[in-house]
Design a binder for this molecule. Sequence first.
Ligand code: BJW
Ligand code: ZN
Length: 270
Amino acid sequence: MHPKIISPTTAEQLPHGLLELLSERPKIFVLTGAGVSAESGLQTFRDKRTGLWAQFDPRRLATADAFVQDAALVWGWYEWRRQELLKAQPNAGHDALAALQSQFPSFTLVTQNVDDLHERAGSSSVVHLHGQLLVSRCFDCGRKQPTPNPAIGHTLTPQRVQPPACVACGGLLRPDVVWFGEELPADELESARKASRECDLFLCIGTSAEVYPAAELPHEAIDAGAMLVVVNEKRTPVDRSAHHVLRGQSGTILPLLERAARFARLRGDL
Ligand code: BJW
Ligand code: ZN
């Protein structure tokens, strides 16, 4: 497929086919990635200049082996990430998705993000495929528990911090996020797969779509007959499978989409 790539600045410039579908009360599936939180000041992962992986080695920080090797290094890095998150606020993109959810009876929001900005913007029933920064679990017994308050003050760079002990067995706490080589939470992945196969409109927003199995979801939706719309500042591997590519920042494009959906539904109601 050769999707038309546009950079809309008004709701009226959105593709006609998309507006028409929005007027028909489609089942909507949204997959978000780090790009949605970039305008809130949180670093993405793979940007060549500003991404976390440009600055930090994921093999030393985001694998179970890394934790076994040097738990204080890993925990300190996540403490720093949590502090960055606590300073951040949802942006116009998060707000627009929360408003869009309130318009459509069937709306599934699946995020790869480990932050809580969708929830803070008012989205409900958010499916976190890669876990959450503010939740911890025991590396030994697996028991989930809230993360104790950050041990260090606001620092500009990560510092080594010894992980706290599990309330149940005294083992070391780890962040309840999905590291490379680990399985995604089974219930979340299953509900995401099911909803992606059942949706009419799949919005793939602010993700490089390079990490599996999340990156399979848009393809499952297309294979089942959905319209795929990509919202991203840059090219991604799913662009070529998309019906429409909306090039730009999610904080600009999603409010247009939300506005267009309101008008399209009004027209559909007439
Ligand atoms: C904007 C914007 C703006 C910016 N507006 N847009 C080869 C082939 C296939 C798979 C594999 C393979 N080799 C290895 C694998 C498996 C691996 C994988 O996929 N690797 C690939 C990288 C190759 N996957 C796994 O290991 C997964 N587990 C697994 O497969 O288990 C199998 C298993 C079976 C049985 C037993 C055991 C295991 C787990 C993957 C976990 C990913 N974890 C992370 C870290 C989470 C914790 C943490 O935060 O520290 O999750 S990695 C990181 O990537 C994070 C993200 O959720 C994830 C996705 O990144 P995302 O969100 O797409 O961010 P970016 O930075 O990549 O992209 C941002 C995008 O936004 C860009 O496109 C920008 O242009 C755009 N943008 N500003 C709009 N304002
Ligand atoms: Zn424990």
